[in-house]
Design a protein around this ligand. Sequence first.
Ligand code: FAD
Length: 331
Amino acid sequence: MAVFAIVGAGLAGMTLAREFIDAGHHCQVFEKSRGIGGRLATRRCDGWQVDHGAQYFTVRNPHFQQIVDTWCQQGWVAPWPLEPWILDRDGLRPSPDERKRYVGTPSMNAMIKGFGQGIEVYTQTRVDRLERVGDQWRLWDDAGEQYGQFDAVFLTAPLAQSLALLPSGSRAEVPLRNASMKPTWALAMAFDQPTGVEPDALFVREGVVDWAARDSAKPGRDGELEVWLMHFASQWSANHLDAADNLLQQQGLTLLRTLLRNIATSDLPTPKQVFTHRWLYARSGPVEMPVPQWDGRLKLGLAGDWTLGDRLEDAWLSAKALVADVRTANF
Ligand SMILES: Cc1cc2nc3c(=O)[nH]c(=O)nc-3n(C[C@H](O)[C@H](O)[C@H](O)COP(=O)(O)OP(=O)(O)OC[C@H]3O[C@@H](n4cnc5c(N)ncnc54)[C@H](O)[C@@H]3O)c2cc1C
């Protein structure tokens, strides 16, 4: 049995932990936030909730489809039948597609909470430094506490945060230095009267906001308020990293008024509550990862969506690939 440290309790980190524990190893997961799930995030407010990170996920890989089917059977995930609309230079119109979309139920991280039961997670523990001690690892947090020792360390934080922890001499250091992640502002507005907006979800091309959805229309959401969630385009978010809540709200209400089209715009109710969140590391640009993501010399592994792409499915696939690499290394 080996003793492993995993940095990050998002889908990648918790999938690693589940697989390693089931294979007989001991794992400790370190997470800087108060809860688990990472960018699979749902904020609970006063009588309402909203998914302010990933909105939904899709499936391309047959192995991922199998696991998603089991998550559906467990009630942790459900399909979100949706006819998206589009807003572009040609105007506003339905834009149906064949894509099957899934959401966590009742919150985006429900599957992680489900399969993650029993996993030892140190929350509110930001790993600040890795120290090599002989052929093992010791971890230090930002309060000066030390943890370990561990036979191997697995970094699953977003690219920039993993890069900050990467020891010099690691094979991944050079390619990662050239990569970047893009920010996204999220705005949530809760209304206690119906807005009258027809589409449940909208892709916006070339706008300030690039995605808007009636979050309260997702399956398994039972709040009484009508909740709208908007994501601001990454370029706009990057140019307005310190945007005030008022500016975000004005932009969001302008979009909803556009969606109301024929209805008198004065009919749009005032939001009862508003919530904003800035994702500094929302999605990654292309990264040329060394393969495998397991560095057998340093006993250090990398996983996370950014190692393969920028979607939830990539996070899961990267964890599965890393587990296979480590197994081959005979741990
Ligand atoms: C705004 C937004 C919209 C998105 N929309 C979609 C979508 O529509 N479809 C889709 O498939 N995907 C979407 N995604 C991407 C999806 O959320 C991610 O692909 C997936 O959640 C990544 O999982 P992960 O485990 O790789 O990383 P994360 O979920 O980011 O988990 C990493 C964890 O590491 C923790 N951490 C970081 N640094 C440290 C440290 N030093 N010490 C301890 N812990 C640390 C973080 O707090 C985090 O919990 C979206 C993401 C965002 C932000």
